[in-house]
Design a protein around this ligand. Structure first.
Ligand SMILES: [Zn+2]
Length: 613
């Protein structure tokens, strides 16, 4: 952490109201003491995203994401911790202090590097624009004109030209004062095998790729000549550019998308350019490959309706099919526009105009129906075998639909097509969907189920009854925590309060700072339960008891080993003494618990642990 003084982080946390921060991205409704809304990190139609203003954390019951206000900004804006601090400080009018010297050199270097890379991209974009306007760019300008890209569009998209020279960009950037090392890291300059350092992009039409917030982070370069390979050359992944997190053009169209509440998803830069220029519809481009989950989440911030407009040969196949399925699985309403054979959005709009294209958009078909039609059209559903084949293929698709109602509707359509009873299909789909969900849940929350009820109770109390929980925790020894899945959390809590004495009101934030993402999610998911998973007192007993049982088992194993090896003597005697002592501990703890349990009635944690948890 340490890039900023701890005191500043603490002050900022107090200032930065988590409800206010979250609300800028997600509409929240008050629900009792907490707030809830639709989760920005996964797709859903009923809210499972909770914000607890008192404890300063958020948690989603759907995808288990959780954490404090800094975690939220990091996750949502895809920035690192120092950047999140900076953004929140700015938002809440707090002046950033001088970074603490020598504490987090890495973090500081990281953000300095990103900043430098952004500057390099800005300078490169300017250079490419100049080159397009210069005599060297004459052919590129002609090509753009031939594709009906107007000067206004060229300016808005920031298009440029990388000339045929070996190191035109390199010399310019060196002259601007950037070091060669930085240039290599930007990916715009490459080192050849013979050691020569040259421009990556040469004789190409340059398309700047921007973050949705505006800055240029990468380039796509389109070949000028027919024999030039590859046809499209793109920037590599860099510290500022992740292909899987970027949607081309979103920076220009996001406002429009939000307003229209839908986006047309096209494949290429020129499809984008024509839709954008003709104002046919709000558009983004996936640029060739199948959509990723991060891209879907990015788009989700602006709309949940997508019309896929790929070229007709590609729609429903390969990358397009995978994109559609991902969008459906993420809860998007997905429609498909099918243009005439040989047309893509670029050529269609140029030939027939925006009005005709909009007409096609209006007639676009829901993806699932489109898929049904396509699948059915190739098969003779009069045959039992073919019908089975069709059914199996469609059941796979149905299983990814997150909403039960939509799934049932799809089931009915499948049944109708295949002339099978609807109930049969619905039952099959439900089976498939349940299977799928189990898989997803166990993968995303690997250890919640592995925590014992007593551990969960202690974690719950750490957030809601901090003083009591710390008291309980202090009654547990190092050995009591040994081997527990929640151990890291308990140790973090101890260390947080060992340092910040009597600062129990600072939980859970002090705790979150010390936890891994997974553990932070675990804490928020447990803390979001409205009732404690078990009583605190009995949980302490249960954990102690578990420890003695673990020790007892270890002793038994060791005794058995010695016996099998034929060893006798002081070693065995010592173990037998320890065995008796542990047995006594178990009995004592059980007696204490029984006495206590006579007084207090709660959920029996011990009974639970005895039955093999
Ligand atoms: Zn979620």
């Amino acid at each position: 952490m340490g890039l900023f003084p701890q005191q500043f982080i603490d002050d900022l946390r107090l200032q930065a109201n988590i409800v206010q921060v979250v609300q800028e991205y997600v509409p929240l409704r008050k629900a009792g003491r907490t707030y809830k809304g639709l989760c920005p990190f996964h797709s859903e139609k009923t809210p499972s995203f909770h914000v607890d203003p008192d404890k300063g954390f958020f948690h989603c019951f759907g995808c288990s994401k959780g954490g404090d206000v800094f975690t939220f900004v990091c996750e949502h804006e895809k920035v690192d911790f120092p950047e999140a601090v900076r953004m929140l400080a700015q938002k809440f009018g707090m002046t950033l202090p001088e970074p603490v010297e020598g504490t987090s050199d890495d973090a500081r270097r990281d953000s300095a590097l990103r900043e430098a890379l952004l500057k390099i991209h800005e300078a490169a974009a300017a250079y490419f624009r100049e080159q397009l306007a210069a005599p060297a760019g004459a052919r590129a300008r002609q090509q753009l004109a031939a594709r009906d890209v107007a000067q206004k569009t060229i300016d808005e998209l920031g298009l440029g030209y990388a000339p045929h020279t070996r190191d035109g960009l390199k010399s310019r950037l060196l002259k601007d004062g950037f070091s060669q090392g930085l240039l290599l890291q930007s990916g715009l300059i490459v080192q050849r095998e013979n050691g020569e350092v040259v421009d990556r992009f040469r004789n190409r039409l340059m398309i700047p790729i921007c973050r949705e917030t505006g800055p240029v982070v990468a380039f796509g370069g389109r070949a000028m000549d027919a024999d030039q390979v590859p046809k499209y050359l793109n920037s590599p992944e860099t510290p500022i550019y992740s292909k899987s997190r970027t949607l081309y053009g979103l920076n220009l169209t996001k406002t429009q998308i939000r307003k229209a509440d839908f986006a047309v998803l096209v494949e290429g830069y020129f499809d984008f350019a024509q839709l954008f220029q003709s104002e046919a519809a709000p558009v983004v481009a996936s640029c060739g490959t199948a959509l990723t989950q991060q891209q879907a989440h990015l788009l989700r911030r602006f709309t949940s309706k997508v019309v896929l407009s790929y070229d007709p040969d590609a729609a429903g196949q390969g990358a397009a099919a995978r994109s559609c399925e991902l969008l459906v699985a993420e809860g998007f309403d997905v429609n498909v526009v099918v243009l005439d054979r040989g047309e893509d959005p670029d050529t269609f709009i140029r030939k027939q105009g925006a009005a005709r294209y909009r007409e096609r958009l209006r007639r676009s078909q829901p993806y699932l129906e489109y898929l049904l039609d396509r699948a059915a059209s190739g098969l003779d559903l009069g045959h039992t075998d073919k019908r089975r084949e069709f059914l199996e293929r469609m059941l796979k698709v149905a299983a990814i639909i997150p909403e039960p109602a939509a799934r049932d509707q799809f089931a009915d359509r499948i049944a109708h097509k295949a002339r099978i009873t609807e109930d049969v299909v619905r039952a099959e789909i439900r089976k498939a969907a349940v299977n799928r969900q189990t898989v997803v849940t166990t993968r995303e929350v690997p250890s919640l189920g592995q925590l014992k009820p007593a551990e969960r109770a202690l974690i719950w109390a750490l957030v809601h009854r901090t003083a009591e929980a710390l008291d309980a925790l202090s009654g547990l020894e190092e050995d009591d925590l040994e081997g527990l899945n929640g151990r890291d959390i308990f140790e973090a809590a101890r260390s947080a309060f060992g340092v910040q004495n009597a600062a129990s009101d600072r939980l859970p934030s002090a705790l979150f700072e010390r936890l891994s993402t997974m553990n932070a999610q675990l804490v928020t998911s447990i803390a979001s339960e409205s009732v404690p998973p078990a009583g605190l007192g009995e949980s302490v007993f249960a954990l102690k008891q578990l420890r003695w049982k673990r020790e007892s088992a270890t002793i038994e194993r060791e005794l058995e080993r010695l016996q099998q090896a034929g060893i006798d003597g002081p070693q065995v005697t010592e173990l037998l003494i320890r065995k008796t002592a542990v047995k006594q501990q178990i009995e004592e703890t059980e007696e204490l618990w029984r006495q206590r349990n006579d007084r207090i009635h709660g959920r029996s944690v011990l009974a639970h642990t005895r039955s093999g948890r």
